[in-house]
Design a protein around this ligand. Sequence first.
Ligand code: AKG
Ligand code: FE2
Length: 210
Amino acid sequence: MALPGESSAERLAQYGGVQRLPFPKLELFQRKRFLDPALCDRLIELIEADRRPSTLADHDGDHYFRTSETCDLDPAHPAVQQVEAALFELNGIDSAHGEQMQGQRYDVGQEFKAHCDWFNPHGQDREKYCSVAGQRTWTFMIYLNDVPAGGATRFTTVKKSFQPETGKLICWNNRKPDLSGNVNTMHHGMKVRRGMKYVITKWYREKPWG
Ligand SMILES: O=C(O)CCC(=O)C(=O)O
Ligand SMILES: [Fe+2]
């Protein structure tokens, strides 16, 4: 049984079409065509309607660290609820443990430099970001479109890149079996070279999200 706020390789495998990448030190999965193209288009419209410059915890003053635009997706919107239902069917994580779903849009030249999604236990912002809901457990990310050039997500320590593709989902466990953050989850949303890139991201926590 997975802990609250967690999924597991066994659970993900039940869904069908889920592939685990062959890295012993990192639980990393992909599922192609997780969302259908029409739903991806609706989500892109929502991001376009509501986007604002991204912010970031603990970026050490590098204003070019995450240059994309972000939006918090409305949990009451039918398209967002459809994604939530699909995610629950896949991962079995109680939605109370999920942060609000985020949309991101990267224009040409924009990126999200190499980082881990879990919060540094020694970082200045640990208290601010983890005091209520605890650490991030799993990340689920879905590409909403094909990007003509650039925009791959590169896992830098295991040297694996994912190419954006409409509806493709990738997910990973941010923690090691001892529940500390896994440095092998380090990933870089690389610069878009041509076209636009849209993704949605869903992060889960150890404890229910306020
Ligand atoms: O856009 C990407 O490829 C990566 C996004 C990401 O790492 C994040 O939102 O935490
Ligand atoms: Fe990330």
